[in-house]
Write a protein that binds this ligand. Structure first.
Ligand SMILES: [Zn+2]
Length: 315
């Protein structure tokens, strides 16, 4: 890197200039940028070293949420639960980036970027609560949750900002809002009675099952990568490859592929004896289609909103 004082060139990682001795300040950047600098091999080992920490954090937040929920309805338990799920979603994002074929460079960059984004992680945790039949359905789910605005109410009479963002804010903070009649008001966070602990969070469950199947170990992660990179998933609506048979993978086919992944690990002696049939079943049935083909960022769709279904003619 270049020294600001004397323009001298220094090696990456040097703290002081070899020419003038000035301190070489390094501007901190978002984590995803550094991850994207890595080679395929380094990305694999780096992800493998991060996944156990991410899981440990997600599962302990989840445990604490469950502990708190035992003393009654507490908003705190729901807040912790959301944080736990977001952290688990980070693991799923990294694993989908590993599954992404090497040639899809741009798609992978976009996906890795989501580890710093509430919306991207929110898309994952909502997506993992669904059971899509194919990639067309996956796209519908993703597009619906990433909308910048959406309609709610019996007749769609309310326009609300992005549901992931609004849901997260209303869990944590008091908000100042403008109603559609022009009035403004402070609204408190949602009541704790809405926050019953979910005994089943698919995000947590799938990440736990992946860990139990040994996939966070670098050798198994390499098998996982090589297996999935052979099966490209594409956005069926936009992609010219959409007519390729790979693009038409249905849910039953996906369960076969998931089973194939376990067989591949087993064949190489990388499937731990401790992986229960319950965990295997979760992986076969609940490890969903990867999301790397899709844009996960928020859309600016305000002008495209249709009017409410029922205008207020009767009043
Ligand atoms: Zn210098």
């Amino acid at each position: 890197m270049k020294c600001e004082e004397c323009d001298g060139t220094n090696d990456d990682g040097d703290r002081y200039c070899s020419e003038c001795g000035a301190y070489l300040a390094v501007e901190p950047g978002p984590a995803h940028k550094d991850l994207l600098q890595l080679s395929q091999t380094d990305l694999l080992t780096t992800v493998a070293s991060g996944l156990p920490l991410i899981w440990e954090n997600a599962s302990s937040l989840w445990e604490e949420a469950a502990e708190m929920s035992r003393i009654g309805a507490r908003r705190g338990s729901c807040i912790l639960q959301t944080f736990a799920e977001e952290e688990a979603a980070k693991a799923l994002i990294l694993l989908d980036a590993i599954r992404c074929p090497v040639s899809f460079t741009e798609r992978r960059s976009h996906l890795v970027k989501q580890i710093d984004q509430h919306i991207g992680k929110g898309v994952y945790l909502r997506y993992y609560g669904t059971s899509p039949g194919d990639m067309a359905e996956v796209k519908r789910i993703v597009d619906s949750v990433r909308q910048g605005f959406y309609r709610e109410g019996e007749y769609g009479e309310f326009i609300l900002p992005n549901q992931i963002k609004a849901g997260r804010e209303s869990l944590l903070y008091v908000s100042y809002i403008r109603n559609d009649d022009g009035t403004r008001a402070w609204i408190p966070p949602r009541d704790p009675f809405e926050f019953e602990i979910h005994s089943h969070s698919a995000t947590i469950r799938v990440v736990e099952a992946l860990r139990s199947a040994g996939i966070f170990e670098v050798d198994a992660l390499r098998v996982f990568r090589d297996y999935w990179q052979e099966i490209p998933f594409v956005d069926v609506a936009n992609d010219v490859l959409a007519t390729a048979s790979e693009a038409l993978i249905s849910w039953p086919k996906l369960t076969e592929l998931n089973f194939g992944m376990l067989k591949e690990l087993d064949k190489r002696g990388l499937l731990p004896q401790t992986v229960t049939t319950e965990y295997q079943d979760i992986l076969i049935r609940e490890l969903l289609f990867p999301l790397y083909p899709f844009d996960l960022s928020i859309t600016k769709n305000f002008r495209n909103q249709p009017p409410p279904e029922s205008p207020y003619d009767w009043c």
